[in-house]
Design a protein around this ligand. Structure first.
Ligand SMILES: Cc1cc2nc3c(=O)[nH]c(=O)nc-3n(C[C@H](O)[C@H](O)[C@H](O)COP(=O)(O)OP(=O)(O)OC[C@H]3O[C@@H](n4cnc5c(N)ncnc54)[C@H](O)[C@@H]3O)c2cc1C
Length: 655
């Protein structure tokens, strides 16, 4: 069970930073940096191990002030090869407020720049995993806000070293329970190490029972002894349901990505950051010409009062997409062109009683911090929007709108080192042959060969994988571009009210989007009219509906039944059905065989109406899967996106 998260604000007492919740301190008055280095980096022999690795994963119980992370990152910069990748994962139930961290970091001038970089990307107080990246993606930090006992059970990864740095067993016994330490062992690679300042008997017994060897060694200064050890044998081996298994990837580092929309380019970007050689194949003469080719789209999260899986996924994806935008976006680019992201927030209007009830529930749920959503009355709404508004609403200050084509181009330029783009290259069929994927054109000629294949070609993936039974459907959508009026020009935020309306750009507002399963290629004037009528009902007189002859654009979204994308490996449907024909018997998961999806093949499709928000995180999930790195979200979310989920649900219900 997850719970709402609130930041805490620890205080200094005689030079020690005291926890407001536990009878313990984060660090004492002595040299905190030297103590951390001694207890964690040196005790795990990290500087030495960093020098000869391609990738390395460190995990920590209790992120606290982030000092251990900052020092590990510093050591990584000093010792690791330039192309190596560091994963750092930390679980923290009571994250420290950023303004408190700012004061704490002032104590450590040698870490000032890194501390500021961390603060710039520091996650909101929302439960679950938050992935942020530093040093051009060389360093991935996964912060898991929540209780270790609950969160660890839902994480995956194989850590090379653990810092067991929670408060002492006496003040925080849950952190050192056998269950927690067993999970630590499950998440450790064979031979992986740990260190901790505590030599308490309960700690020694717990690590030993979980399969670690241990020995005492000298602690820092007058701290007496500390404990170090390594994993000898894994006591608990499995975490995920066998039918959602992501098999260990084999093969080399060539990856083919089919599809040059936001999903394809996001995947290529995440893979090239990990030194894969990516060939991206796009049938059109340019990138981003299909669903990702609209002139504008909203970047804002879907949030639900119960903070369901869909809500958690969207919040995580939104934060990840925003970090990427903030990293790559320039208000004015080097050639003097204005920026492609407009950080104007989104005002979600409550236009009827149902909306008002829903918004009240969302605010009262306690999940979402005021930095994310803020309730506003009609007067405040008018101020935020810059135009008269008769409705209350919710303001999502971190939202905005993006010009997707420009974003895709910037992403492809940022990925350019390892990326080969092949435009006008329609993949007609794919074949697994001699342990690699062959991508073929119409006449059967070979277009490209790769060790791994990612299909990011929206609904067309169904055609390339006829045996996979993909639950995906193309839904037509239309946007309208309405000439701005004297009044509408003052609109200064995205407005959401079922439809969305963007602030004017180049003399017109973009509004969207219609939703139908027709296959009409040309603009449908009736739908344009309906969108205008809806705006008129909410914002009377803003546009002259009779005069407006909106331009527009038509595109197809690839949608799924549960509105979550299909991300990850996929099975041949017949093989999956026969493997799990007895799933409806409801035996314990570990009694079923492990899935064997199509080799080295992944999907990043089905982004529906929110792909601009979700595609980046999904590209990261796939890249981590192929690279065998720590996933950016917990297993519940990875499973919720699994392409075989609809098939598995059918088998469970014996349909
Ligand atoms: C009208 C409308 C409004 C929207 N508004 C928003 C919004 O405000 N906010 C938001 O977040 N999302 C919005 N979306 C959704 C968002 O645009 C999509 O979810 C997202 O663009 C999907 O990206 P994609 O890369 O998966 O698909 P696409 O952009 O469709 O890219 C797929 C690519 O694959 C290529 N391809 C297909 N088959 C092959 C093949 N065999 N070989 C080679 N290439 C191939 C295609 O040419 C295409 O370029 C909107 C969508 C529509 C239609």
């Amino acid at each position: 069970m997850i719970e709402p998260i609130t930041y805490i604000r620890p205080q200094f007492d005689s030079g020690c930073l005291q926890s407001p919740l536990y009878a313990d301190h984060y660090f004492g008055a002595a040299d905190a940096l030297a103590e951390s280095r001694h207890h964690y980096l040196d005790a795990n022999r990290l500087p030495e191990r960093f020098t000869r690795c391609r990738q390395f994963a460190v995990a920590e119980l209790g992120f606290g002030t982030g000092l251990n992370f900052l020092l590990t990152w510093q050591a990584w910069r000093q010792h690791a090869p330039a192309t190596a990748h560091l994963d750092y994962l930390a679980v923290e139930k009571h994250p420290i407020a950023p303004e408190s961290l700012q004061q704490i970091f002032a104590l450590w001038p040698e870490l000032a720049a890194q501390g500021q970089a961390l603060l710039d990307l520091y996650p909101l107080a929302l439960p679950g995993c938050h992935r942020v990246r530093f040093d051009d993606g060389r360093v991935s930090l996964t912060l898991v806000w929540g209780d270790a006992a609950e969160q660890l059970a839902n994480l995956d990864g194989q850590m090379d070293a653990w810092y067991l740095d929670g408060f002492s067993p006496r003040s925080n016994p849950q952190m050192w329970s056998e269950t927690v330490v067993q999970q630590v062992a499950r998440l450790t690679c064979p031979g992986g190490t740990f260190s901790t300042f505590s030599v308490a008997g309960a700690v020694r017994r717990a690590v030993e029972k979980a399969g670690f060897s241990w020995q005492k060694q000298l602690g820092f200064g007058d701290k007496g002894q500390m404990l170090v050890g390594s994993l000898q044998q894994q006591a608990v081996t499995t975490g995920s349901a066998p039918w959602f298994n992501w098999p260990a990837t084999k093969g080399d580092r060539r990856v083919a990505v089919v599809g040059g929309g936001i999903a394809g380019i996001a995947t290529a970007y995440a893979l090239t950051a990990r030194q894969f050689e990516v060939t991206l194949l796009e049938q059109s003469t340019q990138l981003a010409t299909a669903a990702s080719g609209n002139p504008g789209g909203v970047i804002s999260p879907f949030l639900a009062a119960d903070h369901s899986l869909a809500s958690r996924f969207s919040a995580a994806a939104f934060a990840f997409a925003k970090d990427n935008i903030n990293l790559l976006h320039q208000t004015v680019d080097d050639d003097g062109r204005p920026g492609w992201f407009h950080p104007c927030g989104e005002l979600r209007l409550a236009v009827n009683d149902r909306d008002r009830r829903r918004q009240r529930r969302l605010v009262a749920s306690g999940w979402f911090p005021p930095e994310l959503i803020e309730a506003v009355d009609a007067e405040q709404a008018s101020k935020v929007a810059g135009i008269g508004i008769d409705h209350s609403g919710l303001f999502v200050a971190k939202a905005g709108w993006v010009e997707p084509v420009a974003w895709v181009q910037v992403l492809s330029a940022a990925a350019s080192d390892g990326l080969t783009q092949r435009l006008s290259s329609r993949v007609k069929s794919i074949e697994w042959s001699n342990s690699c994927w062959q991508l073929l054109v119409g006449d059967g000629d070979l277009l490209c060969e790769a060790d791994h294949l990612v299909l990011a070609n929206a609904s067309d993936a169904r055609r390339l994988l006829p045996g996979a039974d993909l639950s995906i459907r193309a839904m037509r959508g239309q946007i309208a571009q309405v000439p701005a009026t004297a009044q509408s020009r003052s609109l200064s935020t995205v407005l959401g009210f079922g439809q969305y309306l963007l602030p004017a750009q180049g003399g017109a507002h973009l509004m969207g989007a219609s939703y139908s399963d027709s296959d009409q290629q040309s603009l449908d004037a009736t739908q344009q009219g309906e969108m205008l009528t809806e705006v008129e009902a909410v914002l009377p007189g803003l546009f002259d509906a009779a005069q407006s002859r909106p331009a527009g654009r038509v595109a197809w979204r690839a949608t799924t039944l549960d509105r979550l994308p299909l991300v990850g490996p996929v099975s041949a449907a017949a093989a999956c059905r026969s493997r799990y024909s007895e799933l409806s018997l409801g035996r314990r998961p570990e009694t079923y065989p492990v899935a064997e999806p199509l080799p080295n093949l992944y999907l990043n499709i089905g982004h529906g109406s929110r792909g601009l928000v979700t595609a980046m995180l999904c590209g990261e999930i796939i890249a981590c899967g192929i690279a065998r790195q720590v996933p950016p979200v917990d297993r519940l979310l990875v499973d919720a996106l699994h392409p075989d989920r609809f098939l598995i649900r059918q088998l469970r219900r014996q349909l």
